[in-house]
Ligand binder design. Sequence first.
Ligand code: MSP
Length: 438
Amino acid sequence: MKYYITTPIYYVNAAPHIGHAYTTIVADMIRRFKGMQGYEAAVTTGSDEHGVNVERAAERAGKTPKEFTDVIAAAFQKEWQSLRLQVDYFQRTTNPQHARVVQDLFERCRRNGYIYKGSYTGQYCIFDNLYVNDAKPGDPCPDCGRPTETITEENFFFKLSAFGERLLELYEREPNFIQPETRRNEVMAFVKQGLTDLSITRSNIKWGIPVEGEAPHVFYVWFDALTAYMSAVDGEAMWPADLHLIGKEIVRFHAIYWPAFLMAAGLELPKRIFAHGWLLFEESKMSKSRGNIVRPEPIRRVMGVDALRYFLLREVVFGQDGSFSYDALVGRYNSDLANGLGNLASRTLTMIRQYNAGAVPAGNGAPTIAELARTTTASMIAAFAEFEFSKGLEAVWALLSATDKYIVEQAPWTLLKKGEEGRAAPGASCSRARRSAR
Ligand code: MSP
């Protein structure tokens, strides 16, 4: 059975930071987890390369948009490689094969009567590519707070207003479609207020996928970007996605627009959308303008990818916001990994070597610890299946400390001195234990 996971396809106006790495690390981890359960799991990530802000960023850098996006898309790919994250499909929205799938989605929606031409005048945020309904000239963008711009243009509209009931039915029928619960409630409340139609093409931007036969229209970036989840696996029997992993700020696009586009086109819907919280740096969201961006690369070089992965999964309750700090990272590294896991592993390996000639003793070991290991495995699997990663890891670390405590209480080194080799190395023959203890 397949299990298809996606991360957002990231904007190429900035190099990858730990926020992007967070989602991609979780996607890779779920891929591993599902793989262990026998699924044929695959991950799609990629780069979102169109839109007016990319056009402008390229201009500032003295490059064509293509030259500009090539560099950053490559930086993202390299980042995932160096973090040893398995990416099965890296989709760039500038890939011509992707453009064909976007055009096809539009044609399907149009054929089914959900597209019409209309005129739009309103406020628009060029940074978030967001048309801000009900805003007055000069009003700030609700997402980033920067002033919106007034634009008027003829666009193709998508009849989003026709999908309110169907979306609400979907959320009722599939209570896990949007998780966590808080996000589901927000989305449902938003849809219940009534949906307005959505302008899905732009005529004032050059850097976008052309609407066939309708120059100068290009597709609105979200219509373009969301389709990457499908175009990445076109012809691969992976669609529908089993899981869209996203950050909480893009829930509306994923939980409202995307299923509506797919319903209009008569295509299958993704199974689940999970929106996690933000990694905050000293209580605020990381951003270029605040100058508080943390890069994964130096952490990887000093501590390794496993430590970074462990920290992010253990420290932050998945779904909620969490703080990133170097102190917390070093603290967890020392207490949980070096002292907890590291000491127990080294102590256990030393005992196996010293008391049992390097062979793992036969038998089930101490019944209490064996039982705890069984229940811990079950609760870890259950927690991970529910996206409760920190809870699952907490259970594993409880097993580690119980094992440590057991060793201290049993004190196999004193048992050996008293001649009770059988208990020091259960299952080992006395002669072997005696030989190696000498
Ligand atoms: N291009 C759009 C997504 C299109 S998907 C069809 C976009 N790109 S983005 O580069 O801004 O990436 C946003 C995503 O990166 C978030 O949804 C989240 O997955 C991840 N994160 C970026 N910063 C983050 C934090 N500070 N904390 C946690 N995740 C963050 O939106």
